[in-house]
Design a protein around this ligand. Structure first.
Ligand SMILES: *Cc1c(COP(=O)(O)O)cnc(C)c1O
Length: 401
């Protein structure tokens, strides 16, 4: 049934209600328990030997996985349409695993988008470059530039995001995926902002899809986690590397992430609807000089958005510039918020406001930031699931403070 059902039904059902031994009648828990055991044994040592040797599915040692992480991995693989996945301790750990797996037997050059999540740029510069990996940056919203860079550098991996933070730019994933497949280069796509409700990068040729589970999939601001979804060709390598590196996600966090994921399609729909109303309202506000949102017909990537996004869904992130504001005025607006939470992160049930120049893009030199279009009067909103009138009322009083 799995292939035919919708994302909403998958989110609720996949991964749960495993019968440990189908030959035994008895109870079945309706949700997957939190399996805390660090190791496992079998009534016959030959079975443990086979499990260690990857000849038989099963559990052996907590760093290799456990029934709770297996369930979560099955669920997210199904939502993204991958062959399998690996739950990791954070989104950054998941990105690290995806890049390490892709490069293990390939040319040590990464072609990366110039507008990536701040910590991702930091990891490329502070971890991979010092380890001898060349990183080539290119504007991923310019497919001709991406094609030329692939030709020139023949990278071992390509790294991009479906919706780039914070200006909500949307590269032509379909075209870049086709270029990557034609050149036989693994494409790693961070799909945290779009989620598999809006876009499924595997359908366009991605080899790996990465999520920060901390964001929309868990969605309640109470757990950290990440996941790498892999295609068939790279899955065994991903799992083998993970066994030695051990970025494993703990069973309790797996449980929370799975619990959150069951309702993520509902939350995401509401967050997209709220974000769209907020964008429409912000455009009319006298204190706001510019709004960035993918539903805007004049969005620079409107063609890509129309081709790639699920109909009527444009994401839960809206960015906007406060007219003539500097850091001080921005802080005044954020301090005046009464319901909207002025905290880092995104994708939670509560609406959040972040100041990119101070938080996500803090480590980028101010001049470079300005060149990327991230100005000091830019704010990023992550729409929550509250009543939109209440979000609007709070933003309005804060913007007028
Ligand atoms: C948050 C985030 C990450 C990192 O995830 P953590 O769970 O914080 O490690 C990576 N990519 C994107 C797009 C993110 O929003």
């Amino acid at each position: 049934m799995e292939k035919k059902i919708s994302q909403h039904s998958r989110a609720v059902h996949v991964g749960d209600r495993k019968r440990p031994d189908p030959s035994q009648p008895g109870w079945v828990p309706v949700t997957t328990p939190i399996h805390l055991a660090a190791s496992y044994f079998y009534s016959d040592m030959n079975d443990l030997d086979r499990v260690f040797g990857n000849e038989m599915p099963g559990q052996s040692y907590g760093r290799y996985g456990n029934p709770t992480s297996d369930a979560l991995e099955e669920l997210i693989s199904s939502l993204e349409g991958g062959a399998g996945s690996l739950a990791c301790s954070t989104g950054m750990a998941a990105l690290h695993m995806a890049i390490s797996t892709a490069l293990i037997d390939r040319r040590r050059t990464i072609l990366a988008g110039s507008l990536l999540y701040g910590a991702t740029l930091g990891m490329l510069a502070k971890v991979f470059e010092p380890a001898g990996v060349d990183v080539v940056y290119v504007d991923f919203c310019d497919d001709t530039a991406v094609a030329a860079a692939i030709e020139q550098h023949r990278p071992g991996a390509i790294l991009m995001e479906t919706i780039a933070n914070p200006l909500v730019r949307v590269p032509a994933l379909d075209r870049i995926g086709a270029l990557a497949r034609a050149a036989d280069i693994p494409l790693i796509v961070d799909n945290t902002f779009a989620t598999p409700l809006i876009i499924r990068p595997m359908e366009y040729g991605a080899s790996f899809v990465v999520h920060s589970l901390t964001k929309y999939l868990s969605g309640h601001g109470d757990t950290m986690g990440g996941i790498v979804v892999s295609d068939e060709a790279n899955l065994a390598q991903l799992k083998a590397l993970s066994r030695t590196v051990g970025f494993t996600l703990g069973p309790f966090e797996c449980y929370l992430a799975m619990r959150g994921t069951k309702t993520f399609p509902l939350r995401m729909e509401k967050q997209c609807a709220n974000a769209r109303k907020l964008a429409d309202w912000l455009v009319t506000h006298p204190a706001v000089s510019r709004v960035y949102y993918p539903a805007d017909p004049n969005h620079p990537d409107a063609g890509n958005i129309k081709r790639l996004f699920a109909e009527g869904l444009y994401g839960g992130i809206v960015s906007f510039e406060v007219k003539d504001a500097g850091r001080e005025q921005i802080f005044r607006v954020m301090n005046a918020l009464r319901m909207v939470v002025p905290a880092t992160s995104l994708g939670d049930v509560h609406t959040m406001m972040l100041y990119p120049a101070m938080a996500s893009h803090r480590d980028i030199a101010p001049k470079h930031r300005a060149r990327l279009g991230i100005h000091d009067n830019l704010l990023r909103l992550s729409a929550g699931i509250e009543a939109v009138e209440d979000i609007i009322a709070d933003l309005d009083q804060a913007l007028r403070s």
